[in-house]
Design a protein around this ligand. Structure first.
Ligand code: GLY
Length: 368
């Protein structure tokens, strides 16, 4: 397995992603980059802290004078400014200054919230990502998007702030729930769909090994996803163009996530949104029906939903329009030109959105 990947763009950012099978090289990697500062704060949640908190703290204690840990309740409802405020208070009380380092130990929520705190505390301090979920390893820990939800608006407050390093212990996937693993697979499928048809085929062909979490296959998959994400982020770090393609499935996905009050996980909502986006693409004659059904069936193959119940289509439409992915009042929809090639479209109208929602609307399908 390849052990590392560099993400860089001129003077703007440069950091290494390490692919490891334990936490044993964490302090070595920190030292190698000359990043061993005074104090380290591990930011993690109530799920990950009991699993890996102590191991990581012990490893960092080899390098740092002082290691403290801040734990907050797991889940999307914690991803808000109240948790950030508690973390600011903790850092102030622990006398953290700009030479100190935050470590985001956990999934997407931990990474986004820690990154945002690092971007804003003392006008910006360094942080390191230690992603422990598949979703965070293949997507959210790379690329410097940080932020929190604001009221019911997803990721409405945030900043671009790149980590100084990303350290993955791929064995953390052993303790991941089936649901969380499936969410990561949603991102993997998305990456293939928007950028790399061969990778998409490869993923489908390795469904059994992936579902059985064969380490060698997962390592290949994660490396390939990270390589694609690296290229996109290097080309377009602040989402002026190409990076928006990574939002396939997010427009309707965020609307569903919000209206279901975060009862469904982000990855599940994005997977539903991807089927809906594929439906619009098929209705426009961009992809054929067979491809649409393959995309939908792959959700089934990887334990992701293909329908959602209990939502009013008009409310979904309204929520879609209040998402931040708008361009001069037009919804920015990512559609598929073909498997492996996506584009941003600003002409998707209300009828198309409602028709696509019908395609994933469990209530409507039962009725029919
Ligand atoms: N997760 C989408 C992005 O990083 O742009």
């Amino acid at each position: 397995m390849k052990k590392q990947l560099d993400v860089s763009r001129g003077d703007e950012f440069h950091y290494t992603i390490y692919f490891e099978s334990s936490f044993q090289r964490l302090s070595h990697c920190v030292n190698e980059l000359g990043l061993s500062n005074n104090k380290a704060c591990i930011v993690t949640d109530t799920t990950v802290a009991p699993l890996y908190g102590e191991q990581v703290a012990e490893e960092l204690a080899k390098t740092y004078e002082k290691v403290v840990t801040f734990v907050f309740p797991s889940g999307e409802p914690s991803k808000n400014l109240d948790t950030v405020k508690s973390l600011y208070t903790f850092l102030i009380e622990e006398k953290f200054d700009r030479r100190d380092m935050l470590f985001a130990l956990g999934g997407g929520v931990v990474g986004d919230l820690t990154g945002f705190t690092a971007a804003t505390y003392l006008r910006g301090i360094d942080f390191i990502q230690i992603p422990t979920t598949l979703l965070a390893q293949v997507d959210s820990s790379i690329g410097g998007k940080t932020g929190v939800d604001f009221d019911q608006y997803k990721n409405m407050v945030g900043a671009f702030h790149h980590p100084r390093m990303v350290y993955m212990n791929l064995h953390t996937l052993d303790t991941l729930t089936g649901e969380q693993f499936a969410c990561g697979m949603g991102e993997v499928l998305k990456t293939g769909l928007i950028k790399d048809a061969d990778y998409y085929e490869w993923t489908i062909n390795h469904l059994t090994e992936i579902d059985e979490r064969e380490q060698a296959v997962l390592a290949k998959m994660i490396y390939r996803s990270c390589s694609i994400k690296k290229q996109v982020v290097e080309n377009d770090p602040t989402e002026k163009g190409e990076r928006a393609l990574l939002n396939l499935g997010h427009t309707l996905g965020h609307a569903i996530e919000k209206l279901k009050n975060f009862q469904l996980l982000h990855g599940q909502c994005v997977a539903l949104g991807t089927v809906a986006a594929a439906r619009i693409s098929e209705q426009r004659g961009l992809i054929d029906q067979e491809e649409l059904y393959e995309i939908r069936d792959m959700n089934v193959g990887f334990d992701l939903p293909i329908t959602v119940r209990g939502l009013d289509p008009e409310a979904v439409l309204a929520a879609t329009k209040s998402d931040k992915k708008m361009d001069h009042g037009q919804i920015k929809f990512v559609l598929l030109k073909s498997i492996g090639e996506a584009y941003v479209d600003t002409t998707v109208n209300d009828e198309e959105i409602l028709e696509a929602f019908d395609f994933i609307n469990g209530d409507k399908l039962d009725y029919e």
